[in-house]
Design a protein around this ligand. Sequence first.
Ligand SMILES: [Zn+2]
Ligand SMILES: [Zn+2]
Length: 294
Amino acid sequence: MNQQSQRFLNNLASIHTHSRYCDGHGEIYEYVEAAIAAGLSAFGASGHAPLPFPCEYAMPLTSVDAYCADVRLLAAHYADRLPVLLGLELDYLPGLSEFYEREFLLRHFDYYVASVHYVGELGTEPWAYDESDMAFRREVKRRHGGDARPVVENYFQRVLQMVDELKSWPVPIVIGHLDRIALWNRNDCYFPTNDDWYLGIVDEVLTAISRTPLIIELNTSGWSKPAEVSNPGLAILTRCAAKQIPTIVSADAHRPANVAANYRRAVQLLKQAGYREIVVPGKGAWSTRPLLGE
Ligand SMILES: [Zn+2]
Ligand SMILES: [Zn+2]
């Protein structure tokens, strides 16, 4: 790695990653090695947290101890080369706070990525909106006669609830892929992202976040998905910057080779949105440093 790229990446970390413990590929040490090779400032493992019902992509509850031990061992091994943090990607669903607190908060993870993957009205079966375009289309048609707006509103209401529930947790929390509900919305084919109702609900969510210590991520994995946009995209990111919501770049990598995927593009987008600083993770409190790069 030459000096320029070292300088380019030296305030960027990769703390949203999935290994073979959940639906990712590869061992966690392979991610750590890839993060060092990419010149990153820190690495964090954030396997999909178990859910109290069967879920294909999540880590089984029985694997959590081995996962924690693996990451802690790597943190000690790489201590003089790179901070290695123990995290989880929490899957937010209303009514699970006791489960989260009992199973995760008390185990002292270094941080959490908190995401909404399931939507659906309370009292009905939750459904994962990110499975496939076809499944999304089918559910929107079946539940709402083809109108995606109630699904989008339900998603952001859930994010609002999540922000409210997690804001007082005593560890850094990163909100995962904030506008991921637009995953299949290529060219606004399901809902118009410049309509007042959409911008209104987004603004309500951002205002709520800005009153908490929560961090948002610029998740670069969406650039490799059908809609070919980052999460969030430029319009929302610009609003986040205006509200001074702290941000971090993350890859949501499911393979070690993707640990810093699209990071150059991410820095350019953050600057375009008006960001001048970025959150740098570490042990204990996370700090804010200048956003370096071209
Ligand atoms: Zn996620
Ligand atoms: Zn993820």
